[in-house]
Design a protein around this ligand. Structure first.
Ligand code: FAD
Ligand code: NAI
Length: 465
């Protein structure tokens, strides 16, 4: 250790980096974490998962009061929007959680190097003018918004915004156009639709939510349409001009053809995110990025350069906080000589709309490409708890290998799908068959019983349909 400042130096304090730093310190390694942002927690805690869920949660209450769902249960209220307070509780949530990471750093003796790090050699970085040498360096610099040519984001003006700007809008837009029918577009589009905006979603592909199971994508589209979101599928935005307080968008069919214009008070650009590597001076460490701008790693999170590791959004795989966290833990354990593993076949994903949309493992389309499958489906309408709670939309789908019955994928649309999917992930991690799930006793009345019944449906014997 003599000439190293640290055993482990992590670059970036998002869910990948801060978790890696804490685990490394817990394992007895002298650890530092460089972060340039004023608060710890990365995209997720500052401008991603947490603030978006704060707005989704609050707007869900507002919508339930405004759209008659509460009245249907005998609660008559006329909601009045206090947007400043809603934003205030969002900021409080972020402040509490980012402050919590600072406390955890102090508790675990992780040094926070305040500033942006850049490599000066394969085992040294410079942060705020100071040089640090470390035996192991973990790159966990995350991702940021993919820009759309011809559509310039300016969060300060608040007309053409990215997800960060869309979380901060000072008033409810009359008309919000969301470019991209992915996770961010649907979550933040839902927030402002619930609070009173007309929302139009322009999606390049023929269906929203790419990467998800085909049935789920179709059903989700139907549900969001019913809620009032308008979709322009197979359409691309080629230009956006800000005229006064409005934006005028030029749209074209994705395959080419006649263009049309669309006026909006706010435009949300949410066409994906790209890895953050600019400014790292990777060349000084001898590292390169792949065609997608990601840092390639092996199964153990080692990059091509000995002693440099990478995790989270900056490496290939889904850009999800829990994937980054698990990689952070496994990477730190590998550095400490343990066997840290992440099963990338079982990473759940959740869209926190109403209802929630969740999946783990293969889609039916992917599973069929690999071999013969059996599929069991169960509608939430037939689940006693969902029915009692006036939540008829959605279903659970269990996809199993036709020969071995091993579960290959589970997909849910349900009010609490994000919570339900955890049991599916755990079952898959343990190599469960659909029969294992079908014969597991599930508490009644719960939404999770729909997973049991969908598993029973794999072999054709559900009880309640
Ligand atoms: P990040 O969280 O991006 O953190 C990287 C950190 O590194 C940043 O703080 C950055 O400032 C810092 N950094 C970058 N370069 C340097 C440098 N050179 N030196 C020092 N520091 C540097 N995922 C979910 O799983 N669930 C959700 O509900 C969810 N909601 C989201 C909502 C929104 C609006 C957005 C935008 C994202 C959401 N995500 C969600 C995705 C999630 O935020 C990311 O997958 C996750 O934050 C990735 O973690 P990370 O540690 O790899 O990177
Ligand atoms: P996304 O990849 O989920 O969706 C982008 C959408 O934009 C796709 O449907 C794509 O076809 C479409 N698109 C691309 N170019 C387009 C164009 N020119 N015109 C119209 N449509 C176009 O990306 P998004 O929503 O920006 O989110 C980024 C990432 O952040 C997600 O992939 C996810 O990893 C993460 N995230 C996760 C959340 C969660 O877990 N609940 C919530 C929010 C973000």
């Amino acid at each position: 250790m003599a000439d190293y400042d640290y055993d482990v130096l992590v670059i970036g304090a998002g869910p990948g980096g801060y978790v890696a730093a804490i685990r490394a310190a817990q394992l007895g390694l002298k650890t530092a974490c460089a972060e340039g942002r004023a608060t710890l927690g990365g995209t997720c805690l500052n401008v991603g998962c947490i603030p978006s869920k704060a707005m989704l949660h609050a707007s869900e209450y507002f919508d339930a009061a405004a759209n008659g769902s509460m009245a249907a249960m005998g609660i008559r209220v006329k909601p009045e929007l206090d947007l400043d307070t809603m934003h205030g509780q969002r900021r409080d949530a972020v402040k509490g959680l980012t402050g919590g990471i600072e406390f955890l750093f102090r508790k675990n003796k992780v040094d926070w190097l305040k500033g942006y790090a850049r490599f000066t050699s394969k085992d040294s970085v410079e942060v705020a003018g100071k040089s640090y040498r470390a035996k192991n360096i973990i790159i966990a610099t995350g991702s940021s918004v993919t820009p759309l040519p011809g559509v310039e984001v300016d969060n300060d003006k608040g007309v053409i915004v990215d997800s960060t700007g869309a979380l901060e809008l000072a008033k409810v837009p009359g008309h919000m156009v969301v470019i991209g029918g992915g996770v961010i577009g649907l979550e933040l589009g839902s927030v402002w639709r619930r609070l009173g905006a007309k929302v139009t979603c322009v999606e390049f592909l023929d269906q929203i939510l790419p990467g998800m199971d085909g049935d789920v994508r179709k059903e989700a589209n139907k549900i969001f349409k019913k809620q009032g979101i308008e979709f322009k599928l197979k359409t691309k935005v080629t230009k956006a001009e800000v005229k006064g307080k409005k934006a005028v968008l030029t749209l074209e069919p994705a395959a080419g053809g006649e263009s049309e214009t669309l006026e909006a008070d706010v435009v949300l650009v949410s066409i994906g995110r790209r890895p953050n590597t600019d400014g790292l001076a990777l060349d000084k460490a001898g590292l390169e990025v792949n065609q997608r701008g990601q840092i390639e790693i092996d199964h153990d999170f080692r990059t091509a350069i000995d002693g440099i590791w990478a995790i989270g959004d900056v490496v290939p795989g889904p850009m999800l906080a829990h994937k980054a966290e698990d990689e952070g833990i496994a990477c730190a354990e590998n550095i400490a000589g343990q066997t840290g593993i992440v099963n990338h076949d079982v990473i759940p994903s959740v869209v926190y709309t109403w209802p929630e949309i969740a999946g783990v493992g293969l889609t039916e389309e992917q599973a069929k490409e690999k071999g013969e499958v059996r599929v069991g489906k169960f509608p939430m309408l037939a689940n006693s708890r969902a029915k009692t709670n006036h939540e008829p939309d959605g279903f659970v789908k269990v996809i199993a290998d036709a020969r071995t019955d091993r579960v290959l994928g589970v997909w849910c649309i349900a009010s609490v799908a994000g919570t339900m999917i955890a049991q599916a992930a755990q079952a898959m991690e343990f190599g469960a068959t659909s029969e294992d799930i079908a014969y597991t006793c599930h508490a009644h009345p719960t939404h999770s019983e729909a997973i049991k019944e969908a598993a029973m449906a794999v072999t054709g014997k559900p009880i309640h349909i």
